[in-house]
Design a protein around this ligand. Structure first.
Ligand code: ADP
Ligand code: XUL
Length: 575
């Protein structure tokens, strides 16, 4: 058996750390014909990036759910149910997307036999329910057939709750009272109870569809579900994505007994033990070896959440802040010690087991930008961008809040526009509306990040990623509002890239080489925007004004936001 990265028969593993790092760079160069894959099972699409042994991107591909799998009738990859709160995605759509993506890679001529390891990530919080007997099916996949065909009957729930769901308010109330209050729950699990968090979704399923729950032999996150497909067996949930469930004790990194107990019966068996993010789960399932020509030595490294994977892909370090502009917008930071609060989340860090990451999630991200683009810019990003170029910083004092769907940070709903005198106005000119939207989104991110303890000091770097980070005018507004330079990596999908890096790291993790040493050869992030000289003068007071207006918005939207959260303190539990 040889070193997983090269052909040195483990000689490099006998070197000192610094020698090893240098040697590894050489080894990686020598093993440039190796490939590592990173998948991202995100909300609207399945994406993949292939990197070579020099950590350079050699191939990217994707499958758009709505356009390429229209038979599942999703919009933006999801089904919004009649109550407006329940949001699900068909599990077989994700399976079929993988069939399609691997066929695309084959047609593109990707040499699967060169892939040494693969990893991936998924939208966070979503859950997949494997029917009794599915493990056997996974272990005996016949390479003559597609995964979609083979796994048709393997799920006890066909429509999986996803992160956009906000229908489990009752279960959240119950969990918080069982855990000793919202803050106590946050201290243990990193977050107060959130409706999209998986434990509350599981509790709702167990209560409303007890037969499906009883028919389930394993519950996966979207990430560990995807890893299970590659592994041909149930894959462990990793610590980082596991932190988005309201079930994991983020300090002991074990399931919290109290939370399990308050959520659903015999849940520990259904979840399996959690593992560190860079763990090698095992060899790739023979299905992929025979159907696509992967090497039987190819390893599957644990999959994680899209935000943790992005942190890895952007090589975020302490002091930096990341802003991801995908279907959801998120803001995250590398933190050393967890200080959970009633707003925001603390997750275990994916690349350093002693560290953590703090995260804020904003539900009204790209889909809201698309709506305003369609209404105010003729459906064209170029026109949207021109509006940002042609309107002044600070938007002549106009401020807007655009919560098309129930917002997560803060809990509010509706559209609110204010003129420079703080009067509510029913509309703005199309160009001012575009700027009000984008400035408002970034003012909110800055305000809530500062409440989380973040402060903008000289030297602060803002890292941008996600689909909208390909838009330079949006990044200029980000730079101005944060009064800091903005950096990007050379592809907008840092989650895929981070997953590919995690695949590389998985192979060396046991030799205690740090993640940052592993990825040294990768291309460095580039600065793409510099704040305007007047940015601080304009946006420091504007953040304060935004905070005051947000209070008003919260007051006004309270009846809307709480109409679905009628509190039922007691919830019957079957045993
Ligand atoms: P996810 O990973 O959540 O599926 P992505 O990070 O791939 O989403 O982002 C997809 C979004 O990127 C689209 O919904 C679209 O609104 C946005 N997007 C793509 N190109 C641009 C652009 N030029 N300007 C602004 N937004 C863009
Ligand atoms: C994070 C969150 C979303 C999803 C989808 O808490 O809910 O960012 O991960 O991308």
């Amino acid at each position: 058996m040889s070193c997983p990265l090269c052909v040195c028969f483990f000689k490099c593993l006998t070197l000192s750390l610094s020698e090893l790092v240098d040697a590894r760079c050489v080894v990686l160069m020598a093993a440039a014909d190796s490939l590592y894959l990173g998948f991202d099972f995100s909300t609207q699409q399945l994406k993949v990036v292939a990197i070579d042994g020099n950590l350079q991107v050699v191939h990217q591909n994707n499958v758009q759910f709505d356009a390429e799998l229209p038979e599942f009738r999703t919009q933006g990859g999801v089904h919004i149910h009649a109550d407006g709160l329940t949001v699900t995605s068909p599990v077989l759509m994700w399976v079929k997307a993988l069939d399609l993506l691997l066929d695309k890679l084959k047609s593109a001529g990707l040499d699967f036999s060169r892939v040494k390891a693969l990893s991936g990530c998924g939208q966070q919080h979503g859950s997949v329910y494997w029917r009794r007997g599915a493990a056997e099916t996974l272990q005996e996949l016949n390479p003559q057939h597609s995964l979609h065909h083979l796994l048709q009957s393997s799920f006890s729930v066909s429509d999986c709750p996803v992160w956009m769901d906000s229908s489990s308010g009752q279960q959240c109330q119950y969990l918080q009272s069982a855990a000793g209050g919202a803050l106590r729950l946050a201290e243990v699990t990193g977050s107060r109870a959130y409706e999209r968090f998986t434990g509350n979704q599981i509790a709702k399923l167990q209560m409303t569809q007890p037969d499906q729950y009883d028919n389930t032999e394993r519950i996966s996150l979207v990430s560990s579900f995807a890893a299970s497909l590659f592994l041909g067996d149930y894959a462990a949930i990793d610590y980082s994505d596991g932190s988005g469930m309201n079930l994991l004790d983020i300090r002991s990194r074990n399931w919290s007994e109290v939370c399990l107990e308050a959520t659903a019966p015999h849940l520990d068996k259904l979840l399996g033990p959690p593992l560190p993010t860079t763990s090698v789960l095992g060899p790739l399932s023979p299905y992929f070896v025979h159907r696509y020509g992967f090497s039987e030595l190819c390893k599957v490294v644990a999959f994680t959440g899209d935000n943790p994977a992005s942190l890895a892909g952007m090589r975020l370090q302490q002091g930096d802040i990341a802003v991801s502009l995908g279907t959801s917008d998120t803001v995250f930071l590398w933190i050393q010690q967890p200080h959970p609060a009633l707003e925001g989340h603390v997750f275990c860090n994916p690349v350093d087991w002693q560290a953590y990451m703090a995260l804020l999630c904003f539900k009204n991200g790209s889909l809201t930008r698309e709506r305003i683009r369609n209404e105010c810019a003729g459906g064209l990003w170029e026109v949207f961008s021109a509006a940002l170029r042609e309107t002044p910083l600070g938007n002549n004092g106009n401020i807007g809040f655009y919560f098309d769907a129930m917002e997560i940070t803060p809990t509010a709903m509706g559209v609110y526009r204010f003129d420079p005198q703080n009067n509510k106005v029913p509309s703005l000119s199309p160009q001012a509306e575009v700027r009000a939207l984008v400035e408002g989104q970034f003012l909110s991110k800055r305000l809530h990040a500062e409440r989380l303890g973040y402060s903008i000091i000289p030297g602060t770097r803002v890292f941008a990623t996600g689909g909208a980070s390909s838009n330079p005018e949006i990044l200029q507004v980000l730079s101005d509002v944060f009064n800091a330079p903005v950096y990007t990596i050379d592809l907008s999908n840092s989650a895929c890239l981070g997953s590919a890096y995690i695949a590389v790291q998985g192979l060396v993790a046991e030799s205690e080489v740090s993640f940052f040493d592993t990825i040294k050869p990768a291309t460095k992030p580039q600065q793409v925007a510099t704040p305007h000289p007047s940015a601080q003068e304009i946006y420091d007071p504007m953040v304060k004004r935004y905070a005051q207006l947000e209070e008003r918005v919260l007051q006004e939207s309270r009846p809307l936001s709480h109409s679905h959260q009628s509190v039922q303190p007691k919830q019957p539990r079957a045993s």
